[in-house]
Design a protein around this ligand. Structure first.
Ligand code: FUB
Length: 334
């Protein structure tokens, strides 16, 4: 099932599809899902119903290209996942539109959260034009009064990069944010390196120093932090084939694994896998409670014409085993 209404490239498109991927006809490839609930009456939601936004990157690689082409981020929006009635915003933000210090492209995985002031903050990895580092990724933060924008640069510079706030040598991508009792934490990283930092309530100023997160078996990238009933959960893409892989089967496709902690700062305890390796080499979790149920958004290469660089976002229910302490996530059967 594809778009039902012709529209200009950046206009929202509505379609109905109850299958995975959410948009599977190959007309638009999406990756790195980042769900956000926008309650009825919240700024930007006058529909009268709670809305689930799934922000994504846009995979624009041709069929034979062996690398990402990602120039923009968009979002799928619904008020009822089972009904499958989606509005797709194909292009909500491009790096160079918002961040004067960024180069176009490499619009990798980000996350939108509502700050303590109720505004929408979009944390994204982008390349910093002036960085002398060979890895120019930095994490920028954009702000808006609406979940669909318009977005403006909130910090005027990367809040994290190989230059700031403290020099580091990791791949500064895949930010995920936790707001907990008014305190703000950002986690990020890739290639086995996961870092965290507390931010002030202005959503951009570092508090304290960068910490290394450990204890998550086979952590590769794509961290997703959330809290449920006082337990902190950190889901992530597990390592590819290798001695520490949590994935079954262990191959060159990542799985989604998770750990738990009793505080945002850890220590973290590995708790198992949530999703086996998918058809794309990368995997990327986005977990949210919406409409009284829990959901796992991820991506696969399962759309028409899909491949490792033409991924498409999918969504499944997530169920809990509350007989264990702390409660465990039941593995998703796709
Ligand atoms: O989409 C580009 C990168 O691939 C993301 O930043 C990673 O999480 C992986 O999904």
């Amino acid at each position: 099932l594809g778009p039902v209404a012709p529209a200009a490239a950046a206009d929202p498109v509505t379609f109905t599809n109850t299958e995975n991927p959410i948009l599977g006809d190959g007309s638009y490839y999406s990756a790195d899902p980042a769900p956000l609930v926008v309650p009825a009456g919240a700024p930007g939601n006058s529909t009268g119903a709670d809305q689930l936004y799934i922000y994504t990157g846009h995979d624009e690689a041709g069929p034979t290209r062996n690398d990402f082409i990602m120039n923009e981020w968009g979002a799928f929006v619904t008020s009822d996942v089972d009904a499958g009635e989606w509005t797709h915003h194909p292009s909500l933000m491009r790096p160079e539109q918002v961040f004067t210090w960024a180069t176009p492209g490499r619009a990798y995985a980000g996350q939108v959260v509502r700050g303590v002031d109720g505004r929408y903050y979009w944390y994204v990895p982008v390349n910093e034009a002036a960085s002398p580092a060979s890895d120019k990724f930095g994490i920028g933060v954009a702000v808006s009064d609406s979940p669909t924008g318009p977005w403006t640069d909130h910090a005027g510079a990367p809040i994290i990069s190989q230059r700031v706030p403290t020099p580091n040598t990791i791949h500064n991508i895949d930010p995920t944010i936790l707001i907990d009792d008014g305190r703000v934490y950002i986690y990020w990283g890739s290639f086995g390196n996961l870092r965290m930092l507390e931010l002030a309530q202005d959503m951009k100023t570092p508090i304290g120093s960068v910490r290394t997160v450990t204890g998550l078996t086979g952590f590769f990238e794509a961290a997703w932090i959330f809290e449920r009933n006082g337990t902190y959960y950190l889901a992530y893409a597990g390592n590819n084939a290798g001695p520490t892989s949590p994935c079954t089967p262990a191959n060159y496709h990542a799985c989604i694994a998770y750990g738990t902690a009793t505080s945002p700062a850890g220590p973290w305890t590995y708790r198992g896998t949530i999703l086996p390796p998918v058809s794309s080499t990368t995997s990327h979790p986005g977990i949210v409670e919406f409409d009284g149920e829990w959901w796992l958004a991820y991506h696969t290469a399962d759309a028409v014409g899909g491949n490792h660089f033409r991924r498409s976002v999918a969504i499944d229910r997530l169920e809990w085993d509350d007989t264990q302490s702390p409660p465990r996530i039941k593995p998703v059967v796709t």
